[in-house]
Ligand binder design. Structure first.
Ligand SMILES: Nc1ncnc2c1ncn2[C@@H]1O[C@H](COP(=O)(O)OP(=O)(O)O)[C@@H](O)[C@H]1O
Ligand SMILES: [Mg+2]
Length: 389
């Protein structure tokens, strides 16, 4: 299924279609793999659009919303769908995802080239998505779960099978908790804990590897944004410093000793779903939690820029970067630096903002759309020569 848009076409989303998704009854746009900037007033439909793209990866998308909340409200429809034709180095790839919201159990499925896949992880093998939204500013102040989710998403973008690993881990943890409520066969329980520990350790190792690569990337990048350092801390640190055999024995022992506690709390008290992820501002030698809001925003940008370079180099899928309202709080100089670094990444970027003016210098690098009432109108750029052509 090689398309007329061969390997030489700009890589990224060629055509995007939405049906009954949030404020969009129907939408089709074709940025042809180029960068795209959507500007428009509040409530126009900009974040909805990025959210739709974010659902071309496994997980709950950039708002972590329920499937039924993303369905076009006040309509008879019970399903929404998102489709994309991707320009990849191997030609065109057709992806789609559909959510069915009328049953008791809401369900999202995906297909590649029209063939339904077993799991949503299949999407991550074709497109590698990373995003930055205003809500992510809270990454440093909220509890650890949002940081873990953030790092886990980065892991999925680099290693699509990591998503299956997370699912396996959750399933095993649930099975163990159920087993603890009954009087299980001790051998079976032991085997279950062994598998859970193996999955938990693989999660720790993948997080460590992705953080390590990301730190390396930030250390070597020349960026106007500060260098960050990510590190799986707490018990993960301890486990990762042991030999694999010792770590497994330690982990299994820990699970075995916490059976009664876990049964009482109906929760697994030890494991990567509880381990912290430390993030530091390197130059200030300070935990990101203690940095100012501005510094935290700059750290996040730095992480996302470095991670996008990593995706470009290593991910299986076509890398795509989604930036929602990121320029809103940057001064003119910082904005110029950001744009310069973004275009240098040479991956498709979808960016939003409320006004056109701050994007004036971008018109040689991106297709501009004005968004109003869930309708996108392409704006004519001053020059038609795109850097990524
Ligand atoms: N499920 C839904 N069905 C219909 N409209 C929705 C749904 N969810 C959100 N909306 C509407 O979508 C509009 C655009 O939202 P959004 O994309 O967040 O705007 P913005 O352009 O400010 O980012 C809002 O007016 C909101 O009420
Ligand atoms: Mg918005």
């Amino acid at each position: 299924m090689i398309s007329p848009h061969g390997p030489s076409a700009a890589q990224g989303i060629h055509t995007l279609t939405l049906q009954n998704f949030r404020s969009y009854t129907q939408l089709e746009i074709s940025p042809e793999g180029h960068n795209i900037i959507c500007y428009g007033g509040n409530g126009a439909g900009k974040t909805n659009l990025l959210e739709a793209i974010s659902l071309l990866s496994p997980g709950r998308g950039l708002r972590r919303a329920r499937l039924s909340d993303m369905r076009l409200q006040n309509s008879a429809t019970s399903r929404w769908s998102i489709g994309a034709h991707l320009n990849s180095p191997y030609g065109r790839i057709d992806l789609s995802t559909t959510a069915q919201c009328d049953t008791m159990k809401e369900r999202r499925t995906c297909s590649v080239f029209g063939k339904t896949e077993k799991t949503l992880s299949a999407l991550a093998r074709h497109i590698s998505l990373v995003w930055l939204t205003p809500q992510m500013d809270r990454l440093f102040s909220e509890g650890m779960s949002s940081r873990r989710r953030f790092v886990d998403r980065l892991c999925v973008a680099l290693y699509p099978s990591y998503n299956d690993l997370l699912t396996t881990y959750d399933t095993l943890a649930k099975e163990r908790l159920m087993a603890l409520s009954t009087a299980p066969d001790p051998h079976w329980l032991q085997a279950l804990e062994q598998q859970l520990a193996e999955a938990g350790l693989r999660i720790c190792h993948t997080r460590q590897e992705v953080c390590y690569r990301l730190n390396g990337q930030m250390a070597q990048r020349h960026s106007a944004f500060p260098q960050a350092m990510l590190h799986p801390g707490g018990d993960a640190d301890g486990l990762l410093s042991m030999s694999p055999e010792t770590a497994l024995i330690f982990y299994v022992d820990k699970l075995s000793k916490s059976r009664s506690l876990d049964h009482t709390h109906q929760a697994t008290t030890f494991g990567p779903h509880r381990f912290p992820i430390d993030i530091h501002h390197v130059d200030k030698n300070l935990a990101a939690t203690y940095c100012s809001t501005g510094e935290q925003k700059a750290l996040l940008l730095s992480i996302i820029l470095a991670f996008t370079s990593l995706m470009k180099e290593y991910s299986e899928g076509v890398p795509v970067l989604l930036l929602d309202e990121v320029i809103a709080h940057l001064d003119e100089e910082k904005r110029a630096h950001l744009f310069q670094e973004l275009w240098a990444l040479q991956v498709q970027i979808w960016m939003t903002g409320t006004d056109r003016a701050p994007f004036l210098t971008c018109e040689n690098h991106a297709v501009l759309y004005h968004v109003e009432h869930a309708t996108l109108t392409k704006q004519h750029a001053m020059h038609q020569e795109f850097m990524r052509l």
